[in-house]
Design a binder for this molecule. Structure first.
Ligand SMILES: Cc1ncc(COP(=O)(O)O)c(C=O)c1O
Length: 419
């Protein structure tokens, strides 16, 4: 028998193996200064394209004032205890009512985090007799939620209605045997590639199959749809989403999340959602902060308009210059390049050191081997000047990638890592 930690120390995992080359720079970087379009990285000014502060709320004085006043009045603790026991307040209820109205649902319930909360919602909605059918590219928290499920589950090919239909046929047969129901799961926006989930096509299948639809709209909430109610509103099917999930970690620039659905479903979740029943309730700082943020989403549509001005300028500029930005239909702007992980590291270093551009880099195993994904997140705080400088920088790094500069610069790393 071997000691449990032996394997962990030997094999740090597909990403962990890069730690000695990457930590502090490519992963776990430290960005300094107020959250905005321009911050500091290792003492240098950089244009930041890696922060999901879509509407630019994070650093607004009026937002920080509400957060600060709430912290002064309540501290970080209040209220203490789980919602069911002693952690309930009228502000939690007010926020839930306002979130329900904003997301065009009857009711909503607060979650402390999107990740744990969404897992727990999936767990609470199904029993071992029920079948889950979910998009294979769903976020890790959905995958982990499905892992909690004791019954059958099927994946469908990402955004492929034919594959979904085939799996719904299988699921229906199985549910007829078990006597359970079917939960279909997709995302409003797939956060890596920026594609909206095919919600309209999924909803159309309700004519043929009996299922309920759950949508994680982390990136769509506040950025898509006429009123900002998300991908469902954008596609005209918000009312057909049975369970709507969104986090405060993106457009709302905070921490926390919520689930919205029909009143009866929320009533059920209040008494069966383990992540909230057995955990302390969301502190007042976040509740009052969220009320303020939601008010701004409702009353200042110009924030979303500015966001989309920047999104459109960046995406059309990249396309005009011949960059492959995939099939994004949201603010998330991926740029796909061909190269190895060591080349990607040299390229990103060049972007940060010589061009003052800070964006996220995504490589294998998140995407296929040989592909480099530079992920840009435009926000309302960016300017057209930021976009222009970024387009110039991207043209320069593409040239160096293609003429082998990064291959030469990264030869030593490649040899050391056996890549
Ligand atoms: C699609 C998606 N779902 C869920 C989450 C988790 O949300 P939270 O950060 O509130 O835990 C994220 C990331 O924040 C996400 O991108």
């Amino acid at each position: 028998m071997r000691d449990l930690f032996e394997r962990i120390i030997e094999n740090k995992g597909p990403l962990g193996k890069w730690a000695s080359q990457a930590e502090g720079y490519f992963v776990f970087p430290k960005l300094d200064g107020p959250i905005s379009n321009r911050m500091k990285f290792q003492g240098k000014d950089v244009i930041t394209w890696s922060i999901n502060d879509y509407l630019g709320l994070a650093n607004l004085p009026e937002i920080k004032k509400v957060d600060g006043e709430a912290a002064l009045e309540h501290g970080a603790a209040y209220p203490m205890g789980a919602r069911m026991m002693s952690g309930h307040t009228e502000f939690h209820e007010q926020l839930e009512n306002e979130l329900a109205a904003f997301s065009q649902k009857e009711a909503s319930y607060l979650l402390n985090f999107g990740y744990q909360g969404f897992m727990s919602v999936i767990d609470a909605l199904v029993t071992k007799d029920d079948i889950i059918v979910y998009d294979v590219d769903c976020h890790a928290c959905i995958i982990d939620g499905v892992r909690l499920h004791m019954g059958k589950r099927f994946t469908f090919v990402h955004n492929d209605p034919e594959s979904l239909e085939k799996n719904l046929e299988r699921a229906t047969k199985m549910a007829e045997q078990t006597g359970g129901g079917i939960l279909v799961i997709s995302e409003g926006v797939f956060g890596m590639r920026g594609e909206q989930g095919i919600l309209k096509e999924i909803v159309a299948l309700k004519e043929k199959f009996n299922f309920r639809l759950l949508v994680d709209d982390a990136h769509g909430f506040g950025t898509l749809g006429k009123t900002g109610a998300g991908a469902g509103e954008e596609q005209g099917v918000q009312d057909q989403i049975d369970v709507y999930l969104a986090t405060f970690a993106k457009s709302m620039a905070s921490i926390g999340a919520f689930v919205a659905a029909d009143q009866e479903i929320i009533n059920y979740l209040k008494y069966n959602l383990r992540s909230q029943m057995f955990a302390k309730s969301l502190p007042m700082v976040y509740v009052k902060g969220a009320l303020k943020r939601l008010d701004m989403l409702r009353t200042q549509p110009e924030l979303k308009a500015k966001l989309w001005e920047n999104v459109n300028a960046l995406q059309s500029g990249l396309k005009e210059k011949g960059f492959d930005i995939g099939t994004t239909t949201s603010c998330v702007t991926p740029v796909y390049l061909n190269g190895s992980i060591p080349e990607a590291m040299a390229l990103v270093k060049d972007l940060r050191e010589n061009h003052g551009i800070f964006c996220s880099i995504v490589v294998y195993p998140v995407i296929p081997k040989g592909l480099i994904l530079l992920r840009l997140i435009p926000t309302a705080t960016h300017t057209l000047q930021d976009v222009e400088e970024t387009l110039v920088a991207f043209s320069a790094i593409r040239e160096r990638l293609e003429n082998g500069t990064y291959k030469r610069l990264s030869a030593a790393v490649s040899a050391a890592m056996g890549e």
